[in-house]
Design a protein around this ligand. Structure first.
Ligand code: SAM
Length: 222
């Protein structure tokens, strides 16, 4: 897919996909959205109960969520196994052009960004003793996920209007099965049809205040 680099309101950047008329992150702040939805509402929540989180991310994209998750393992004595699915991997040269150093100021962390993008696909790689990365180049719709495995799912697909095939009852049943009991799925989306699909799959839903520019986001429990 062709992409263009675009600024967002918190000083971070995202990618725009003209073909879908869609951005990879919120234009109200990419960094702010990732921190609010995935790190604070997802990772930090599951870390209350366990020292090691198994994360499943839908859509590796720019690696921003992965990088911010890695940052948390550098700040806390806790571990993450990070499994991310991506159908359309981006070129590391495009990531260089996004200049993460203009909005992420932790030099130790930035050093890992190229590594996240250049490590091989489809095999687990130990990035640090506390962070293992498995990038699967695949389509969520056909990929077989292990049952009762993940403690948190970052559901970061393109919006339901842009990619309805990833927001179906069947997809959320599959993700429900892959979650550990008491595990949770977090998403920036708060649409009624999304919540109905989650409910139909068996999830218990919680509406939380959304990131900048959005009234609500969703956290759903198994
Ligand atoms: C909203 S972006 C994700 C942003 C990403 N989490 C980040 O931090 O940059 C959605 C991602 O889902 C990927 N994607 C689209 N269709 C997919 C599919 N069927 N299976 C897996 N990934 C898919 C896209 O290529 C894109 O990288």
């Amino acid at each position: 897919m062709k992409t263009e680099i675009r600024p967002t309101k918190d000083g971070s950047v995202t990618l725009y996909v003209p073909e879908l008329d869609e951005h990879y992150h919120s234009i109200n702040g990419a960094l702010q959205e990732s921190m609010h939805v995935f790190i604070r509402a997802g990772l930090e929540y599951v870390w209350h109960n366990q020292l090691e989180a198994t994360v499943l991310e839908i859509g590796f994209g720019t690696g921003l969520n992965a990088l911010l998750t890695l940052e948390q393992t550098l700040l806390n004595a806790q571990k993450v196994f990070y499994h991310t699915l991506e159908k359309y991997p981006l070129l590391p040269t495009l990531i260089d052009q996004m200049h993460f150093e203009q909005f992420i100021f932790n030099k130790q962390l930035l050093h890992f960004l190229p590594t996240l993008h250049t490590t091989p696909w489809n095999e687990p790689v130990t990035i640090t003793p506390a962070f293992t990365l498995l990038k699967s180049e695949t389509d969520l719709r056909t990929y077989l996920l292990p049952p009762d495995y993940y403690s948190v799912i970052y559901f970061d697909a393109f919006a339901p209007e842009k990619q309805p095939e990833l927001w179906t009852d069947a997809i959320f049943e599959k993700l429900y099965t892959a979650l550990q009991p008491n595990g949770c799925l977090v998403s920036y989306c708060a649409k009624g049809s999304f919540k109905r699909s989650l409910k139909a799959a068996g999830f218990i839903i919680e509406a939380l205040p959304g990131p900048a520019g959005k009234r609500e986001m969703t956290r759903a429990f198994k």
